[in-house]
Design a protein around this ligand. Structure first.
Ligand SMILES: Cc1cc2nc3c(=O)[nH]c(=O)nc-3n(C[C@H](O)[C@H](O)[C@H](O)COP(=O)(O)O)c2cc1C
Length: 192
């Protein structure tokens, strides 16, 4: 699949078939994540592959209520054959190795950014292989860390179910480029 086609046709999948995902396929999508760029190549991300039904059930319980309704991804996390949880080592991305604890920019720790790049690589690779994913961010990160034994010094960033889609959701609209792209000055109207 061409990269632009993959980017445009990927959808958030929240219903999965029971079909198992083989280890080689799981490794392929993790390999795509591994090749993401990162701050000074710090690669602060860590991934926990969850296949145990009991653990997936506990992760589903950690998903937050969103807009007074259960998180729409709750059943996907419970039922998909695999859940990949993205964690990150704190104090690495956005820092100089020689000056630990001192962020280089006024934006603090870039671990969310780097881990998101890796997770988007993963979701696009999954889509190109016919698998579904959905980035899930609304959950109790401390609860998830306790479920998975994530140690101090690391945080839980996001998770995604991984499996064969059992739905074809409609494309969600995107803002027109003219609404979000400016030339030479923020807010200006122009064209490429
Ligand atoms: C950072 C982030 C967090 C998200 N968290 C959730 C979530 O907790 N639950 C959920 O069902 N979808 C979640 N989504 C999926 C978005 O709702 C979805 O990407 C968006 O509506 C666009 O739809 P599409 O992915 O099908 O293009 C999240 C997406 C991102 C990028």
């Amino acid at each position: 699949m061409e990269i632009l086609e993959a980017i445009k046709t990927r959808r958030s999948i929240r219903k999965y078939k029971l079909t198992a995902v083989d280890d080689r396929t799981i490794e392929t999508v993790l390999e795509a994540a591994r090749w993401a760029p990162s701050w000074a190549n710090s690669q602060c991300w860590r991934f926990v592959v969850v296949r145990d039904a009991d653990k997936k059930g506990k992760l589903a319980e950690a998903l937050s209520i969103v807009s007074s309704r259960p998180n729409r991804a709750t059943e996907a996390i419970r039922k998909a054959p695999v859940v990949i949880v993205a964690c990150a080592e704190l104090g690495k991305s956005g820092y100089f190795a020689q000056e630990p604890g001192k962020p280089v920019t006024d934006k603090g720790d870039w671990c969310m950014f780097d881990t998101a790049l890796a997770m988007q690589n993963l979701t696009l690779a999954a889509h190109s292989l016919g698998l579904g994913t959905v980035h899930v961010g609304a959950f109790d990160a401390k609860q998830v860390a306790a479920i998975l034994g994530v140690p101090d010094g690391f945080c839980v960033v996001s998770m995604t179910p991984l499996g064969y889609p059992d739905e074809e959701p409609p494309t969600r609209p995107r803002r027109e480029l003219a609404e979000t792209v400016f030339y030479d000055k923020f807010g200006s109207i122009g064209s490429a």
